[in-house]
Write a protein that binds this ligand. Structure first.
Ligand SMILES: NC(=O)C1=CN([C@@H]2O[C@H](COP(=O)(O)OP(=O)(O)OC[C@H]3O[C@@H](n4cnc5c(N)ncnc54)[C@H](O)[C@@H]3O)[C@@H](O)[C@H]2O)[C@@H](O)CC1
Ligand SMILES: [K+]
Length: 498
């Protein structure tokens, strides 16, 4: 899939700003609509060469305008077309009214639309301007199209999908493919929007890159442009300490596997040294299964303080298999001045009083990374989790600001947020990443990037990306061990790209 002009995503509001800025810079707005409509027509023909009829459903705004232009273009090419409109087309304003004139053919009311075998629906009802729940009438049309099983090409977004959050407002089309303009919107990447878009194409309709960049906020697709400048150069003269020393805390004897997965992933992600800090009762279990990872007995707060004073440790992972309770809280508070990935039990240990954690990491550059899945997010940030008006990026960003931490809000559409306002949506994770131990591997990868000197947000985003790449290499039947095992290959591929 091509995407222009980089990994920037624009919310609907930012896209409207780009639209205004391009009009102010002298670019005729109807030219943009015409190119958008032509792109829709070209995509319709290339994706659906066997269509008997293109049924174009046009809404009351500029999304509908794109539909009228596409209808004219397809009709001029000899295709059979029907056009159905929501509302009276004579009420259209501005560019959409011009597009309707350009169409010049007949238009039937939307409620009369009956999908027929051989139809391809071009959904131009709503795009970026969807502002409220769709009516029962529109929901009825959406379900009749679904029942008929005819394919849908969505213009900009499947109508009903909120471009900011990816959430359906009432009902939404499930498109076979979606064509959007200049850049994708967060709703194309976030669930469930992502699964309603089908294949996504991005057409360049002529808004200059400088305008897209100026209109864009801080949300982007996760990828190397965000963090590659911080990747360490792994050269022949790199002394192992320059790649950092990662410490991973092991749980008690019956729960040591999770921390070992983190540790091995950390080593393969390029940490120079990795030490597993183990309670005494788990030393034997850990020793029996480790080679390149070192082992250190750390039972008490005093032993931890002593170790922190005397060893040269760069970053820490605490949580996988660690156990929930006061020992986790004490250890985390002792680590408050160090780069730390707090995962799983480490997060849950603060559910009764999250402010203790947030206050402890308030000072200095952001150096805490929290990696909650939905359940853990709700334990630390119950009010944010419950706020239905917020999108996943909004939630992650609010949490990051409150916690003074980079947040990795996990899921099939993992979002990474920084207190400074940057947000990235990850897209390279295959579905088989949802496997036991996968989160432990991720924590180790992020820890290794912290140990190699990446700032918290960059380490978190790079770790999430590497995790997706490693899963791609490991394949659908992978175990978490395989995933950790592929981290080195994924790292080598990444380093070779820069
Ligand atoms: N640079 C750009 O942003 C460009 C945008 N274009 C198109 O313009 C679209 C945005 O146009 P608009 O801002 O006019 O927005 P839309 O056409 O998406 O929708 C706005 C209209 O729908 C109504 N509406 C919103 N929610 C509704 C609901 N639930 N039920 C009934 N009516 C509802 C609004 O009152 C308004 O009349 C984009 O999605 C894209 O397709 C293109 O024409 C080319 C350039
Ligand atoms: K649409």
């Amino acid at each position: 899939m091509a995407y222009l002009p980089s990994n920037i995503l624009l919310t609907p509001e930012e896209m409207a700003r780009a639209d205004r800025m391009s009009a102010e810079s002298g670019i005729p707005s109807f030219g943009l609509m015409r190119r958008a409509g032509y792109a829709v027509a070209a995509t319709a023909l290339s994706h659906f060469p066997a269509a008997v009829r293109f049924a174009v459903l046009c809404g009351p705004g500029n999304n509908g305008g794109d539909g009228y232009v596409a209808a004219r273009q397809l009709a001029d090419g000899g295709a059979e077309i029907s056009v159905h409109a929501l509302g009276d087309p004579d009420d259209l304003k501005g560019d959409a009214a011009l597009a309707f004139q350009l169409w010049g053919g007949s238009v039937a009311p939307l409620r009369e639309f009956q999908p027929q075998p051989g139809d391809v629906v071009i959904d131009a009802l709503f795009g970026a301007g969807l502002s409220r729940k769709v009516s029962d009438e529109i929901a009825g049309v959406i379900s009749s199209v679904e029942r008929a099983g005819v394919p849908v090409l969505a213009v900009d977004l499947p109508s009903g999908v909120d471009g900011r959050s990816g959430k359906p407002l009432g009902a939404a089309f499930k498109a076979h493919c979606t064509i959007t303009f200049m850049t994708r919107k967060p709703g194309h990447l976030l669930l469930p929007g992502k699964s309603l878009c089908g294949d996504i194409e991005v057409a360049d309709i002529g808004i200059p890159r400088r305008i897209i960049e100026a209109a864009g906020g801080s949300i982007s697709e996760n990828g190397p442009p965000i963090w590659s400048a911080h990747l360490p150069f792994v050269g022949a003269d790199s002394h192992k300490y320059r790649r950092g020393h990662l410490a991973v805390f092991s749980g008690e004897t019956s729960k040591t596997g999770a921390a070992r997965l983190s540790a091995i992933a950390g080593l393969k992600t390029g940490a120079g040294l990795v030490t597993l800090a183990s309670p005494e009762d788990a030393m034997a279990a850990n020793a029996a299964q480790l080679t390149a990872v070192m082992l250190k007995k750390v039972d008490t707060n005093a032993e931890l303080s002593d170790w922190l004073e005397n060893a040269k440790l760069s970053a820490f992972v605490l949580g996988p298999g660690f156990g929930v309770g006061s020992r986790a809280r004490d250890f985390v508070l002792a680590l408050k001045d160090s780069p730390l990935v707090l995962d799983a039990d480490g997060i849950t240990s603060f559910r009764d009083d999250p402010a203790i954690l947030f206050d402890a990491f308030e000072d200095g550059e952001t150096h805490l990374v929290l990696t909650p899945h939905d359940g853990e997010f709700g334990r630390l940030f119950p009010d944010i989790a419950a706020d239905e008006t917020l999108s996943k990026p909004d939630k992650a960003l609010k949490a990051a600001r409150r916690a003074h931490a980079a947040i990795v809000y996990k899921g099939a559409d993992t979002v990474i947020a920084s207190p400074d306002g940057r947000v990235a949506i990850n897209t390279n994770g295959p579905p088989w990443l949802a496997t036991a131990g996968s989160g432990d591997v991720l924590a180790g990868m992020i820890g290794a990037f912290l140990a190699q000197g990446l700032p918290a947000f960059e380490a978190a985003a790079a770790g999430v990306y590497l995790h997706g790449e490693a899963a791609g290499l490991a394949g659908p039947y992978m175990t978490a061990e395989d995933l950790a095992g592929q981290a080195g290959h994924a790292m080598a591929d990444l380093v070779a790209r820069f």
